[in-house]
Design a binder for this molecule. Structure first.
Ligand code: FE2
Length: 253
């Protein structure tokens, strides 16, 4: 899709978006209200579902959109103070909360954001996705985030091919995105007593990679990305059952 057409589709939604790739200044868009952020997500979701933009443009736009949000307002609308005080977080993996979005404004496209809450040392275990895009906005705490690019064309049944991309500590306001085309794999380990991310995902997108390995009901494939790098920088990562992934990576990392 031509970028001008893409922009027009956003303007039709009453939302003019500063896409840094186009050379516009993002500074004037700082502290974007939650309603504008929410409308932006819906415009981008619509554009992607209708193939009016591509996955990597969606990632770039969502990255900037999330970086510009008024995080304090978002936390207030999420009643985050109450959520943060939840006493019981699992010793392995995440506690997942569905987000009620009425306070964000009108919804014309069904988005179902979730909050992942992790106690220190527990993980959003390493996984990849098929036919999906998602963005994780860190709400509180710190995560050790590792992301991976994925080579679909030479994938074999039972393994995925991954190339390490990011290996960083991320904190409040930081964003990571994924798609089939870029940074498809991710793995988040909580580094603070509690760490929370807001996940907005779009599934069952009309992408057409050679999918040698099916995803689960959430388009997820759990993997072990800790194997050796090939000379070309790739890891042949075995696919894991959920229980094994959780036992190996879910806690005490
Ligand atoms: Fe994911």
């Amino acid at each position: 899709m031509q970028r001008q057409v893409f922009l027009q589709s956003l303007i039709q939604w009453g939302w003019i978006y500063a896409i840094s790739r186009l050379g516009w200044s993002a500074e004037s868009q700082k502290s974007k209200t939650v309603n504008a952020w929410w409308q932006g997500h819906q415009a981008l979701a619509t554009a992607l579902r209708q193939a009016e933009t591509d996955p990597m443009m969606w990632q770039d736009a969502v990255q900037t959109l999330c970086q510009d949000i008024d995080l304090a307002e978002l936390l207030r609308l999420l009643d985050f103070e109450h959520l943060y005080a939840q006493q019981q977080l699992p010793k392995q993996g995440s506690k997942i909360f569905r987000v009620q979005t009425e306070a964000f404004g009108a919804q014309t496209v069904r988005l179902a954001p979730k909050i992942f809450a992790n106690a220190k040392g527990t993980a959003v275990v390493p996984h990849v996705h098929n036919q999906m895009v998602s963005a994780h906005l860190i709400l509180a705490g710190r995560f050790h985030v590792r992301t991976f690019d994925r080579q679909f064309s030479e994938e074999t049944h039972g393994h995925v091919l991954l190339k390490p991309h990011m290996d960083r500590i991320l904190g409040p306001g930081d964003v990571l995105t994924m798609s089939d085309d870029r940074h498809n794999g991710h793995w988040l380990v909580a580094q603070s007593e509690r760490a929370f991310t807001l996940d907005i995902a779009l599934t069952e997108l009309p992408f057409s990679k050679p999918y040698a390995n099916p995803g689960n009901a959430y388009s997820m494939i759990f993997v072990d990305p800790t194997g050796p790098l090939s000379a070309q920088g790739w890891i042949e990562a075995p696919i894991l059952d959920y229980e094994i992934a959780m036992a190996r990576f879910g806690g005490s990392q």
